[in-house]
Every structure is written in C-alpha cells, then in structure tokens.
Ligand binder design. Structure first.
Ligand code: SF4
Length: 377
C-alpha cells in the first residue's frame, strides 16, 4: 500500500486548542500560490524517487488546516498531478477533511466530488453550541448538522465525522447527548479526540493562568467508554482505539500509518515515511517555499529508522488496531527481545493473543494504551 498526504495549512480562524500548522486570514493569492507549491513538490518528489518507491497511490488524504477552503479546481489539479507523476490505483480512497463553516456548501461539495474526492470527514467536534464556542470553532451545531446532511446527499461513498470530548466543565450527560445526536446523523465513520491543550495554544494559556480547570483523566476515560459503547452498539466497530466505522468505511489511509505502509507527505509540515526513512517538511512557509522553488526536497529533518526501531514502532502502531500485531520476525535477537516485551504486556493484562495468533490491545485498556506502548519503544 502507498499513500499520499496533502497538508493544507489555512483556516478561517484559529481554534483554542489547535497546534497544527494552520494559519487564519490568508489571502486568495497566498492560497493559490500554495496550491502551485504543492503541485511543484509532487513533481519534484516523483522525479527524485527511485523507480522502486514510485508506486501508484492507494489512498490520498487532504488534511489541514481546512482543506474545504480549497478551490475544487485546485483539488482536481493536485489529484491529476498525482496521477500523472505516481499514478492512482483503480478504486483508490481519496479523503478530505472539511469544516462545517465552509461557505457555498452545496457548490463546494459538488466541486470536491467532481474533482475526485470520494470520502469526506466533517469536523463536527460537538453538537452543543456552548462547547463549540469554547473550542473556538467557526460553526455552530445547526451548521454542522446541515453541512453533514448536504455532504450525505453529495454522493461520497463515505461521510464521517470527528468529535472532541473531555472539555473543561463538560458533563457525561452533555457528551452523551452529543453522541446520541451524532449517531442519529448516521455517519459512516466516527473519529474521537480527547481534548488536549498543547503548549502555545490559547487553551494551554488559560489553563496555566488558572482561568480554566481541565477535566480530570477519570472523567475523560468515562467519556471515552461511553462513546465506545454508543458507537459499537450502533454497529460502528472500533477498528482502531479512537476510530469507529460501519463495515467497509474504515479509513484505509490511516490504516496505512497504523499497519506500517509507505506514505509521502506533501505540503507545509507534512511527514513522509518511505523505505524506513522518515522525513518532516519545513513548518515555516518562507523556508518551505524557497526549497520547493529551488527544486529541493522541502525537508526540515529526516532520519533513517534502525531495524529494531521500525519493528517496535510497527508493533506499537498495529496494536492500536483491532487487527492487532503479528511479528514478522521472532528469530533474530531484536525479534526475540520484542516478543519478550509483548509477553510481559500480556502477563500484565494490557494485550491478548487472539485465535488468529495476532496480539491486540484489550478493550478495557484502550484509554491507557500509551502506558503499554511506551514499554515497547
Ligand atoms: S479548523 Fe482544525 S486546523 Fe483549523 S484551527 Fe481549528 S483545529 Fe486547527
């Protein structure tokens, strides 16, 4: 499997909790110039890639930022460029994140679909107006439901939603109400995010100054498990710790990350991992632009992962999924050392061995998975 991620670093406004590389207030000209840089980076990446790593894309994912601010004609040009330089497989999944605040929703959805996007993720986050205002989202609950309904009618094969839980002051009953309304919207896919306050965000500053008191971990865990119960009982299986899907609507793009496939990241701050080399693109717009215009790889840093590191990271990632992890190597020194650590995790009640022989995280340990995974890496 080979995947391509396109990062679109512009938003209408900045959410309180956001530390993604995303900037509000860019002009139309700046955004159009960025589209051209993305096209140039795709061409450069293909020209530099050895033939052996120039595979046709199985999945493409437009993330951000707010890719639904993109002109659908630019989306079509980028998809065409990928097809020209790398190829796109028949039946490829082409996903895009979208913000319910997008203007001219009908026209934009039709344009995105015509450009080739076939899977849409709607950033609903909450169906409570007070919570949305607290998060600094640029939309309210009514706009989120209405945008979702329009996306549903626009012939994407899958329309999913993102939800955030664990807000300061949020009660379990508030969260259950959002969940109930979200399930009633009938999304094909739901991704859950536990609210964090990364350094440098407005939310982190408010917590530090004492203005806001974060919710404690136990309350957040209760919310996670309430969501898992609601989503699983509505037929959406938990195929990765925070991702739930109707059968056939799993995000194939993210499965490439979790199951150790190769991926090329294009755009500001995008990450790639191909053949064991991990590269992170420049996060600064000017430096990114200069490098792309000089025909260079716009890398900020890169590292070649050692064999034991790759083996252990692939175990930690695959254990996040319901498919679990089967070690490709139990004979080398490194393979045996990993086996010993997995056996210890199983003894301590974090993971189990399924009848298929794969190791998988036990459902009641999903909220403390980081503790388990930190013992592997
Ligand atoms: S819409 Fe997404 S990327 Fe943009 S500021 Fe909000 S959280 Fe960040």
């Amino acid at each position: 499997m080979f995947s391509i991620y396109i990062h679109y670093p512009f938003c209408a406004s900045k959410c309180a909790y956001c530390d993604f590389v995303s900037r509000p207030g860019a002009s139309h000209e700046e955004r159009a110039a960025y589209d051209d840089l993305v096209l140039a980076e795709i061409a450069g990446a293909a020209a530099r890639a050895p033939i052996s790593s120039r595979h046709a894309a199985d999945t493409i994912f437009f993330g951000g930022g707010t890719p639904s601010l993109m002109d659908p004609r630019a989306v079509a040009r980028i998809i065409k460029e990928i097809d020209l330089r790398f190829g796109i497989r028949q039946g490829a999944e082409i996903s895009m994140e979208s913000n319910p605040a997008s203007r001219n929703a009908d026209e934009w959805l039709e344009g995105a679909r015509a450009a080739g996007v076939n899977r849409l993720v709607v950033g609903v986050q909450s169906l409570d107006d007070k919570e949305l205002a607290f998060l600094g989202r640029a939309h309210n609950a009514r706009q989120a439901s209405s945008f979702f309904a329009k996306a549903r009618a626009a012939d994407f094969y899958s329309v999913g939603i993102d939800l955030i839980y664990g807000l300061p002051g949020q009660r379990l009953t508030d969260w259950k109400k959002t969940l109930e309304e979200a399930v009633a919207m009938n999304p094909d896919h739901v991704s859950l995010y536990c609210l964090e306050a990364p350094p440098g965000t407005r939310l982190a500053a408010d917590i530090e100054s004492g203005k806001i008191k974060p919710l404690d971990g136990d309350a957040q865990a209760d919310m996670y498990f309430a969501a898992a119960r609601a989503l699983e009982s509505s037929g959406r299986a938990c195929y990765e710790i925070s991702n739930f899907s109707l059968p056939g609507s799993e995000c194939r793009h993210n499965l490439v990350y979790w199951l150790g496939g190769d991926y090329l990241g294009v755009g500001l701050s995008a990450c790639s991992c191909i053949g064991g080399e991990r590269v992170e693109n420049e996060r600064d717009f000017s430096r990114y632009k200069e490098k792309v215009e000089r025909g260079e790889r716009p890398a900020r840093c890169s590292e070649r992962l050692s064999y034991p590191r790759r083996l252990r990271e692939s175990a930690a990632m695959a254990l996040r999924t319901s498919a679990g992890f089967v070690s490709p190597d139990i004979h080398s020194v490194h393979g045996r050392a990993l086996e010993a650590d997995l056996a210890a995790l199983e003894r301590d009640g974090f993971i189990e061995t399924k009848p298929s022989g794969a190791r998988a995280l036990l459902p009641d340990k999903r909220f403390v998975s980081d503790t388990a995974f930190s013992r592997l890496i």
